[in-house]
Design a protein around this ligand. Structure first.
Ligand code: FAD
Ligand code: NAP
Ligand code: MG
Length: 458
């Protein structure tokens, strides 16, 4: 019998969630379809697989990574914990609520390393083009094996797009920027705060990248950080050295002019202006076209391309929930591909999508956003046997995290939260976040003797 074939594009947290979902079935003794996961990088982990490179990689492909040195989780880890693989199971001891990137990368790998998942992944392989044949109902993928510089194609019954959407910069133009004498970069190319020590920085944007890159640069010794917002300021209590101003209008030399009539000189500009959903391997009619929001249109249950549900997108939402949301999505996608879950007809799916879009439109506050994505997760959990977790409690943690940030943007990462998977209370990190300049796993997991404890910050 011919096995169904499934292609996954991307081996980041979303693609790996899909592999894990099938593995869980296999462990129950079920036969699974043939799966091939294509990953253009030489390792898995997606964004969490740190790249020091910017621009293009070894083989001339655009660099995927947007993460940087000294990146720490910007939400409590208890809000993203896999419900089938706890932090306790991985680290064998309680750890703090806000681990640095290498520690989360280690956790992501831990779950999948024990399985045969790696055998399903073709690394250094870029999905170059996709077409769908209405008659045979199959996808043809054109693939580039980067290492041997060879192009080939293969057919599949299902296509999972798990290529992420925080990689292609949205780069606006401001008059005079071409003559700005200092560094101008997008957050995508930011690799660490060191080079901005002693500088006066202008960051454009008022979301997570602006907030975190601003705080990182402040922590690592920038002279001043100015954040310029378009719609609304981040609005937390900023420490001395960080401030928010209205939108930039133009530059004259190294002087920036703002909407409120003020102006100031800067050494460098970082555009924290978000990313584009970009799928250069998909033809127009299969492409998801959306801005970064909590419910992209045309995706039933947030994953099935409504016109052609054999095409499944994972992780395309703006994200409060991350790893556990990708899991919940991947389990539902798996059950559909295994014929365990029947989808309603296209027009009924459209009604369901519209309901979510209407609700999304009515959201006002950040708390509303958290509740909306929590409701979405609950809806997904009803559809599959992905281990249930207490979504309401996670929603509470998100709200408390938002309050923590409002209270003190420099110390919120010192707070601790309780796991909904194991009930374990997070440990306090041995060093306050503002004093911790080393983000390595070794340093993070190190347990200092009592007398070695680093003194409190003055
Ligand atoms: P990605 O992680 O982006 O992975 C997509 C994969 O697809 C990549 O490996 C890429 O190489 C591959 N790919 C793309 N195109 C192709 C192609 N044509 N062919 C083959 N392979 C391809 N989330 C949190 O929970 N906590 C955080 O602290 C946090 N910090 C973040 C910081 C930054 C700067 C950014 C940008 C994001 C952050 N996120 C954070 C969100 C992050 O995007 C998710 O945690 C997660 O990485 C998304 O997983 P993904 O698999 O959907 O996409
Ligand atoms: P984002 O959330 O999509 O925000 C984009 C920002 O750019 C918005 O503030 C938007 O303003 C602004 N913007 C867009 N076009 C603009 C223009 N022409 N002029 C001025 N401003 C403009 O993108 P992001 O902040 O890069 O975050 C992406 C992801 O990375 C998130 O998931 C986040 O969690 C993650 N991240 C995590 C960390 C961490 O610490 N772990 C650090 C950085 C990023 P409007 O509001 O006006 O639209
Ligand atoms: Mg369930």
């Amino acid at each position: 019998m011919n096995k169904k074939r499934i292609a996954i594009i991307g081996a980041g947290p979303s693609g790996l969630a899909q592999l894990r979902a099938f593995e869980a079935l296999q462990n129950e003794g079920e036969e699974i379809p043939e799966i091939v996961c294509f990953e253009k990088q030489n390792n898995w982990g997606g964004m969490w697989n740190y790249s020091w490179r910017t621009g293009v990689g070894k083989y001339g492909e655009p660099i995927h990574g947007s993460m940087y040195k000294y990146l720490w989780s910007n939400g409590p880890k208890e809000c993203l914990e896999f419900s089938d693989y706890s932090f306790d199971e991985h680290f064998k001891k309680p750890i703090s609520s806000y681990p640095p990137r290498p520690v989360l990368f280690d956790y992501i790998q831990g779950r999948i390393k024990k399985s045969k998942a790696r055998d399903y992944i073709r690394f250094n392989t870029t999905a170059r083009w996709v077409s769908f044949d209405d008659r045979t109902e199959k996808f043809t993928l054109v693939l580039d094996d980067l290492k041997i510089d060879k192009t080939y194609s293969e057919e599949f019954d299902y296509l999972i797009v798990a290529s992420g959407h925080f990689s292609t910069p949205n780069m606006p133009y401001f008059k005079g920027i071409e003559n700005f004498p200092g560094t101008v970069m997008h957050a995508h190319d930011f690799r660490g705060a060191d080079q901005f020590k002693g500088q006066n920085l202008l960051l454009i944007g008022s979301s997570y990248s602006a907030e975190d890159i601003g705080v990182q640069c402040h922590k690592h010794g920038a002279e001043s950080v100015t954040l310029s917002y378009r719609s609304s300021p981040i609005g937390v209590q900023w420490p001395e050295g960080i401030k928010e101003v209205p939108l930039l209008t133009h530059f004259e030399g190294n002087t920036a002019f703002f909407k409120d009539g003020t102006s100031e000189e800067f050494d460098a500009v970082i555009m924290c202006t978000g990313y584009q959903h970009k799928f250069p391997f998909l033809p127009d009619e299969l492409r998801l076209k959306t801005k970064n929001n909590l419910y992209p249109d045309n995706l039933y249950k947030g994953i099935f391309f409504n016109r052609l549900p054999q095409l499944i997108y994972l992780g395309m939402q703006d994200q409060y929930y991350t790893f556990n949301m990708f899991d919940a999505q991947a389990w539902v996608a798996r059950d559909y591909m295994m014929d365990r879950l029947k989808l309603p007809k296209e027009d009924e799916r459209r009604i369901d999508i519209n309901n979510w879009l209407e609700k999304n439109d009515a959201l006002k506050t950040s708390f509303d956003h958290v509740d909306f994505q929590s409701d979405y997760i609950k809806d997904l959990l009803l559809l599959s046997d992905y281990p249930d977790f207490n979504v309401d409690k996670v929603a509470e943690m998100f709200k408390s995290w938002l309050n923590d940030k409002d209270e003190n943007i420099l110390t919120y990462r010192d707070k601790t939260y309780q796991s909904v998977v194991t009930g374990t209370m997070a440990a306090e990190h041995h060093t306050e976040w503002m004093d911790e300049l080393d983000d390595s796993k070794e340093r993070y997991l190190y347990e200092p003797e009592e007398e070695e404890m680093i003194p409190e910050r003055i």
